[in-house]
Design a protein around this ligand. Structure first.
Ligand code: ZN
Length: 185
């Protein structure tokens, strides 16, 4: 069988067996805003969400007891998600990392039946999985239970002060020489 071109792999509905037989590899950058369950975890005050950089590759491995070879898939991901610090309630950029292997079995019923005995994570070949959903599941599991700053930024406290104070202290011109430079032109 000829190896299909890289663009043939559809992460939304991956043909995991063909991907593993071809020792496929995918490198993707996905905006975190595309992962709705993860987006819901983000701090509402965070200016923007970045993207998750992820890679996946797969291979066929022999079965444990002379059984037919199974497709195995390796997923690694790196992202930084702004969560809500549970001490100061400000946004705290939290690094998330995923590095996990999955073994594919025929279907979801088989995955459920074998799940308790298997050390590795199991995925079903059919219906074809969305790697975006697998990725999102793993990132959600990588979230800390209690997001916290190492040291909370103190200026968050001062921002809540009397806004009238600002009127007594007009903003200073940043650089008086800049005005002179303008005049010279
Ligand atoms: Zn904090």
């Amino acid at each position: 069988m000829k190896t299909p071109p890289k663009s043939a792999w559809n992460p939304d509905r991956l043909d995991a067996r063909a991907f593993a037989q071809a020792q496929g590899h995918l490198t993707l950058d996905t905006p975190l805003s595309r992962l709705p369950r993860l987006r819901d975890e983000a701090d509402g005050d965070a200016p923007s969400l970045g993207s998750v950089h992820w890679e996946t590759d797969a291979e066929m491995r022999p079965g444990a007891t002379g059984a037919a070879p199974s497709p195995w898939l390796h997923l690694t991901a790196r992202a930084s998600l702004p969560l809500t610090c549970q001490r100061c309630l400000g946004p705290v950029d939290t690094p998330l990392e995923v590095d996990r292997w999955f073994r594919f079995v025929a279907d979801e019923a088989t995955a459920e039946a074998q799940d308790d005995d298997a050390e590795e994570d199991l995925l079903a070949l059919e219906p074809r999985p969305s790697l975006y959903e697998v990725l999102e599941d793993e990132l959600l599991m990588a979230l800390p239970l209690v997001p916290l700053h190492g040291t909370c930024p103190v200026d968050l406290v001062h921002k809540a002060g009397d806004p009238g104070v600002a009127d007594d202290d007009p903003p200073q011109r940043k650089n008086p020489f800049a005005a002179l430079e303008q005049l010279k032109k």
